[in-house]
Design a protein around this ligand. Sequence first.
Ligand SMILES: C[S@@+](CC[C@H](N)C(=O)[O-])C[C@H]1O[C@@H](n2cnc3c(N)ncnc32)[C@H](O)[C@@H]1O
Length: 326
Amino acid sequence: MHTVRSPRGTTDRDPVDTGVRFAFGENWSRFLASIDDARIAEAEEALRRMLGAQNLVNRRFLDVGSGSGLPGLAARRLGAVVHSFDYDVDSVACTAELRRRYFPGDSSWTVEQGSVLDTSYMRSLGQFDVVYAWGVLHHTGDMWRALDNARIPLGPRGLLLISIYNDQGGRSVAWRQVKKIYNKLPRRMRTLYAVGLIVLLEATAALGRILTLQPQRYIRGWTCYGRGMSRWHDLVDWVGGYPFEVAKPEQILDFYRDRGLTLCRLKTCGGGLGCNEYVFEVPPRRSRKLAGPGRRAASQPTDGRGHQEQAREPGCGSDDAGSASR
Ligand SMILES: C[S@@+](CC[C@H](N)C(=O)[O-])C[C@H]1O[C@@H](n2cnc3c(N)ncnc32)[C@H](O)[C@@H]1O
């Protein structure tokens, strides 16, 4: 088992040691060089869109699994008081580097090492208006516990933004193997393995778009990638990102519904490869009382496909439930 040094000065046993773990932070450090004003503006725009807000002035923003630190930077530039943490020390270093570049000596942006699986750490953080855990919880080694812990720091009317790999049954099982193999290979073989797979994936995607007479959609996939991220670094993450778990949208919806959260927004990957994106909200007190564990809130969607059956709550992002394919 790993021993994780808690930022509070104590040590906690990391409850999950899968033995194999992708070096997320190393991938992020390579991405750091390509962060420029255009990417930052794109990351800000993505947050505004997801949160349905023009800015985040004086809002408390928790960046769970901060990775490169770009989402935290975007939130800080939108005016939020930001707390970023990541399990991987290299990811923490990347986030600290972005803070050094853009907000040196800033007391409204905390960066530290921590684990979302560490329940006492999550309890110690206090309350936040926004908890952002994008592409993180399925990489912890204990996704359901991570999903549960991610709601601990939600304040009243708090928003939880997550993206979780779609469960594709047998294909997801195969992908898990692909990732496991990558991480077990000698270091010098990994790049070759990743490049080989990426070329294969991209050639298939490009051919698909050409055959359906939509080559521009393939090109847009590289040039307008979204959230300020880079498709190349995400592909490397896709090949190597392990631990790796998946869930169907209805499993996530049921999980949080049973814990009293309301779905604001769902964007699926159309049942294919990739992540489903969710925004949940802590409902106002009245509906919270209705929604005890194991009971359904009267205003919650019931069809398991994320179709909203209620008026949009203030604070909920745009409810453009739809599908996004890679
Ligand atoms: C795919 S990256 C996503 C980074 C960032 N959230 C983003 O949107 O770009 C996943 C991140 O989750 C982090 N992570 C994995 N397990 C974690 C844990 N138990 N607690 C906190 N972060 C974790 C990894 O180190 C990595 O930086």
